[in-house]
Design a binder for this molecule. Structure first.
Ligand code: MD3
Ligand code: FE
Length: 203
């Protein structure tokens, strides 16, 4: 259940399964305060993935660029606090992958419906580029694309299912990655959607 994809990148298959009920309850609390919304890229495109967030910082994109912001632009209020169930899972998964003492200060929440995708990109807006990123997949399965340090490097496809957790650290942290368009389907708990929690240490 533990696969090393590349140096520093570890898939923990099903690691979140014992915690799904608590995670979904907490997710409902967060999105009641910070509803999912479509962000606009600096190039003016509307993203197909809808997003929410919690913790000290939230990832925001608009015509002026990408940034981490302590306020939710939709409400002009701070993002909801990170639920304890989120924080504990991220910390335990990071420790399991060899990164003890992980204290994320942001959790970006991505919601995919069939057809939604995330094009190939790097995550480099975080000032702390040493701390790993922890991602938790819930609901419909997705095909993840994992590339190299340059946009045109070859990619490998990694299927991610409900309950899978991936820890991306060390030399994998700045690799290009994306998600292929979500296929139609109906998950018994989440219906026709995929939720991905990505934990980060921003500052
Ligand atoms: C590999 N989200 O929000 S999480 C993102 O499934 C993002 O919603 C995807 O990429 C999703 O930025 C994938 C997995 C992930 C996150 C960060 C990484 C993989 C990564 C950073 C470096 C390498
Ligand atoms: Fe990313």
């Amino acid at each position: 259940w533990r696969e090393e994809l590349a140096p520093g990148a570890v898939v923990l298959r099903g690691f979140a399964l014992p915690h799904v009920d608590a995670l979904l309850a907490a997710l409902g609390d967060v999105t009641a305060v910070a509803p999912f919304r479509q962000m606009i890229t600096p190039g003016g495109y509307r993203m197909s993935v809808t997003m929410s967030g919690c913790g000290r910082y939230g990832w925001v994109s608009d015509h002026s660029g990408y940034r981490y912001d302590p306020l939710d632009p939709t409400s002009s209020q701070p993002w909801p606090a990170m639920p304890e169930s989120f924080h504990l899972l991220a910390r335990d998964a990071a420790a399991e992958a060899g990164f003890p003492g992980y204290e994320p200060d942001a959790c970006l929440i991505n919601r995919y419906v069939p057809g939604a995708r995330l094009s190939l990109h790097q995550d480099k807006d975080e000032r702390d580029q040493v701390a790993p990123i922890v991602s938790v997949s819930l609901g419909l399965p997705a095909m993840f694309l994992f590339g190299g340090l340059h946009r045109n490097d070859p990619t490998v496809r990694i299927p991610l299912a409900h309950g899978d957790v991936v820890v991306w650290g060390g030399p994998s942290r700045l690799r290009y990655h994306g998600v292929l368009p979500l296929k139609e389907g109906c998950h018994p708990l989440l219906g026709a959607e995929r939720i991905n929690l990505t934990f980060r240490k921003v500052r």
